[in-house]
Design a protein around this ligand. Structure first.
Ligand SMILES: Cc1ncc(COP(=O)(O)O)c(C=O)c1O
Length: 431
C-alpha cells in the first residue's frame, strides 16, 4: 500500500495544523501509522492522494448516507451556488428543510438550524435549563455529545481513543452540573433523580455510536422515557448520528419513543455543516426571538447547506433503502463472526440499521465499561489489513462503521474478502 504522498502532506501539515488535522480522530493515533489524505470520492468509493481506492465505511462519520456526490444532490447544490452563498437574512430553503424535519420527527413542532452537532446539543441543554428553570443534566458514560464544556466528561470514542478521561481546559464549575449515569442501567438514573431535585434533562444517544455501536434494551429506553416524564425532567435525544440513518424518523421511530428535545446533525446537511435542535411548540417558544433563551449564528441556515440537506433527505426518502441496510449489516455481522470463529478470535458484533462494528472482546458490549474490555491492539492489526485490502474504516475501535445507499453488492463482497484476510492477520499476529 503506497502512502508516500500522504506521508508528505502529513509532514507538511504538522507545521501549521495541530497534528496535521482539524479533528483528532483523523490523526489515526490509536491505530498508529500515517493518516491518509483524501483526494476525492464518488459514490461508495474514496480515493487518497496516493491513488489508493477504498470502499468508504467512514462516510465522513455519518453524513454521506447516499455515498459521495450523488447526482441529484450535486445538481441542486450547483443550482443554488449561482444565487449566492450566505445573506444574513432568511431564505425559502430553511422553511422547506424545517418541514421535512418536523414531519419526520413527530415530537418536533419547530426546529432551529445551527452549524454542527456540538452546537445543536449545547443549545438544547441551554433550552432545557431555560424551560425547566433547573440546572443539572444527566449524561451517560460513553455517549458523546460534541465538545462543549459541560458534556466533555465520560464522553466515549474520541477521548477513549486517546485514553483521556475528559479534557484539559474544562473548569470544574463547567461540569459540576453534569451527572453521569451508566448506559442500559436505569438504577443509575433513578439514583441521581432521587438525590438531586435540580435536574433539567437527561441526554442520551438513543442508539449509542460513540463507544462503538451499543443498543439500548427495550426496557431501559422505555423506563427512561417514563421516569423522566414522571419526574418533570426533559428527555433530550441526541440523534446527531442516528437521525435519518436507520429510519427516516431516526432512532425515535425505530424505538417508538418520543423525545422532548431532539438534536440532529450529520445526515441533515448531507455533507455541509448543519445541525438542528427541535421540540414541541411550548419548549421552542423559549428560544429567541420568541422567548428569553438566546442562541444565534452568522451562517445558521446557510442556503447552500439547506439546499444540500433538502436534496439529500428527499433522495434518501425516495430511495428508501432502510431494509437493504438491515440486510447488508446482518450479512456483515455473519461474515465477521464466521471469520473470527474460524481464526479463534473472540469477537462481538453490534449493529443497528446502517451502523455496525466489531468489538474484539469476549464480553457482550452493553455499555462503556464492557466496550473498554476490547483488545485495541487486535483492532489496530485488523484496521490496517482492511485498509490494505481496500476498505476505509474509522481508525478507532470505538467508532461505528456506516453503510451508504451507494454501496453495491460488489462493494460488500470486497468488504467481506477484506474481513477474511484481516481476521487471519489478527490471529497470526496475536496468538
Ligand atoms: C451523537 C453525537 N452528538 C454530537 C456530535 C457532535 O457533532 P459535530 O461533530 O457535528 O459537532 C457527534 C459527532 O460525532 C455525535 O456523534
Amino acid at each position: 500500500m503506497k502512502l508516500e504522498k500522504s506521508i508528505e502532506l502529513y509532514t507538511k501539515g504538522k507545521q501549521h495544523l495541530v497534528g496535521a488535522v482539524n479533528s483528532p480522530v483523523r490523526a489515526f493515533k490509536s491505530v498508529g501509522g500515517v493518516p491518509i489524505f483524501i483526494d476525492r470520492a464518488k459514490g461508495s468509493k474514496i480515493i487518497d492522494v496516493d491513488g489508493n481506492e477504498y470502499v468508504d465505511m467512514v462516510l465522513s462519520y455519518g453524513p454521506m448516507i447516499l455515498g459521495h456526490r450523488n447526482a441529484v444532490v450535486e445538481k441542486t447544490i450547483k443550482k443554488y451556488l449561482k444565487n449566492g452563498y450566505t445573506f444574513g437574512a432568511s431564505t425559502k430553503g430553511e422553511i422547506i428543510l424545517a418541514k421535512i424535519v418536523c414531519d419526520a420527527f413527530p415530537g418536533m413542532d419547530k426546529v432551529r438550524f445551527v452549524n454542527s452537532g456540538t452546537e445543536a446539543v449545547l443549545s438544547a441543554i441551554r433550552l432545557a435549563r431555560a424551560f425547566t428553570g433547573k440546572n443539572k443534566i444527566i449524561k451517560f458514560s460513553g455517549c458523546y455529545h460534541g465538545h462543549s464544556d459541560a458534556l466533555l466528561v465520560a464522553a466515549g470514542s474520541g477521548l477513549a481513543t486517546l485514553s483521556l478521561p475528559g479534557s484539559a481546559g474544562v473548569p470544574d464549575e463547567a461540569v459540576k452540573n453534569t451527572l453521569i449515569a451508566e448506559y442500559n442501567n436505569i438504577d443509575s438514573v433513578e439514583a441521581h433523580l432521587a438525590k438531586h431535585k435540580d435536574i433539567a434533562a437527561v441526554i442520551i444517544e438513543p442508539i449509542a455510536g460513540n463507544m462503538g455501536v451499543v443498543l439500548p434494551t427495550k426496557e431501559f429506553i422505555e423506563e427512561l422515557r417514563d421516569l423522566t416524564k414522571a419526574s418533570g425532567v426533559l428527555l433530550i435525544m441526541d440523534e446527531v448520528m442516528t437521525g435519518f440513518r436507520s429510519k427516516f424518523g431516526g432512532a425515535q421511530e425505530l424505538l417508538g419513543i418520543e423525545a422532548d428535545i431532539t438534536c440532529l446533525g450529520k445526515v441533515i446537511g448531507g455533507g455541509f455543516p448543519v445541525g438542528a435542535y427541535g421540540a414541541r411548540n411550548e419548549i421552542m417558544e423559549m428560544v429567541a426571538p420568541l422567548g428569553p433563551m438566546y442562541q444565534a449564528g452568522t451562517l445558521s441556515g446557510n442556503p447552500i447547506a439547506m439546499a444540500c440537506g433538502i436534496a439529500t433527505l428527499k433522495e434518501l426518502k425516495k430511495q428508501d433503502k432502510y431494509k437493504d441496510f438491515e440486510k447488508t449489516a446482518a450479512f456483515l455481522e455473519r461474515e465477521m463472526k464466521a471469520a473470527a470463529k474460524e481464526n479463534g478470535i473472540d469477537l462481538q458484533v453490534n449493529r443497528f440499521g446502517s451502523m455496525i462494528n466489531p468489538f474484539f472482546t469476549k464480553e457482550k458490549v452493553v455499555d462503556f465499561k464492557s466496550a473498554q474490555s476490547c483488545d485495541t491492539k487486535k483492532f489496530k492489526t485488523f484496521f490496517w489489513k482492511m485498509m490494505e485490502n481496500g476498505v476505509f474504516l474509522p481508525p478507532s475501535q470505538f467508532e461505528a462503521w456506516f453503510l451508504a445507499t451507494a454501496m453495491s453488492k460488489r462493494d460488500i463482497y470486497k468488504v467481506r474478502a477484506a474481513i477474511k484476510v484481516a481476521m487471519k492477520a489478527v490471529a497470526k499476529k496475536h496468538k
